[in-house]
Design a protein around this ligand. Structure first.
Ligand code: ADE
Length: 301
């Protein structure tokens, strides 16, 4: 079966051996977008590619435009009340989401059915959607994506992401269809597609078995393994490069010293770059003493 399922003819993505999710820890994403081709590269490389090949991740791309029935396949319209920009119309989004989410994960509209042979849908009657599938609108107005939000999302087996474009989406999509809204940061993208890819990537890293070296997900900056500290510096060969040498402790073979050095470097880096993070972290007495030597004092002291 076509795993990066495409509803229109554009994108050819090399298909992995395995199709639908096969293990209990697998996650399925339904992506609703006007630009499904944008996803081809990120879904076909590196960790995400391998997770798909292993059946840990599957992604169905639904082209919202396929769900229009008018002659020109219009998905946007001018805003009521005037003003600049265009607004995404509600019906194609509702139709796409309600059609896909009332079908099994992995289902996509056959390309030849786009526009002309859509499954029956009632604009007036809300579909009964699965309660355990969040329907997330990618928008600058959403809650900010953090590692703990990523961890929360990774607990679901199926997620739907709606990628907004233009000035925004009709408010009825917010009030009647979506269950969550997420922003990947305080800057404006041309649409939600890149934000959706960020979510797929970050969530995939948390699927057991998706990373070659399982521990590395826990040692990333912001991940639980480092207690929310930023990671310290990394070195590899050569020992000396442009006059700068690798720290001797890393070559000492003394694991306890290496661990302590890494912890201290993580504390220093966090103090220098994101001091507010230190307030949220459970610091040991030893950590606190070390930080105080470097000019830190807990808020309120
Ligand atoms: N759409 C446009 N900008 C966005 C952002 N920063 N996060 C999520 N969706 C967006």
């Amino acid at each position: 079966m076509n795993e990066i399922a495409q509803t229109t003819e554009q994108t050819q993505v090399t298909e992995p051996e395995t199709g639908t999710p096969s293990t209990t820890d697998s996650i399925h994403f339904d992506i609703f977008t006007l630009f499904p081709e944008m996803f081809a590269g990120p879904l076909s490389e590196s960790i995400i590619k391998r997770a798909r090949e292993r059946g840990l991740l599957s992604v169905a791309l639904h082209n919202i435009r396929d769900y229009t029935t008018d002659r020109h396949h219009v998905c946007d319209d001018t805003p009521y009340g005037g003003g600049g920009g265009m607004v995404m119309k509600p019906e194609p989004i509702f139709r796409a989401v309600e059609t896909a989410l009332t079908r099994p994960p992995g289902w996509t509209l056959p390309p030849e059915d786009a526009y002309v042979n859509l499954p029956p849908w009632d604009a007036e009657t809300p579909a009964t959607l699965p309660v355990d599938t969040p329907i997330i609108l990618m928008t600058t107005q959403g809650r900010r994506l953090t590692q703990s939000v990523v961890a929360e999302l990774s607990q679901f087996r199926r997620l739907a992401l709606i990628c907004g474009r233009y000035e925004g989406v009709d408010e009825r999509v917010r009030t009647q269809l979506v269950t969550d809204e997420i922003s990947i940061g305080d800057y404006v993208l041309s649409g939600g597609e890149l934000a959706a890819m960020v979510i797929i990537d970050a969530v995939t890293r948390l699927i057991p078995g998706a990373l070659g070296y399982e521990l590395s997900a826990h040692q990333d900056s912001h991940a639980p393994g480092l207690d929310g500290l930023l990671e310290g510096p990394h070195y590899t060969r050569p020992y000396a490069f442009r006059g700068e040498i690798a720290p001797e402790v890393l070559l000492s073979g003394h694991h306890a010293n290496v661990d302590r050095w890494r912890r201290e470097q993580a504390l220093l880096r966090t103090l220098a770059r994101r001091p507010a993070l230190l307030e949220r972290i459970d610091l040991s007495q030893k950590d606190q003493a070390f930080l105080r030597q470097h000019g830190w004092s807990p808020r309120g002291e």
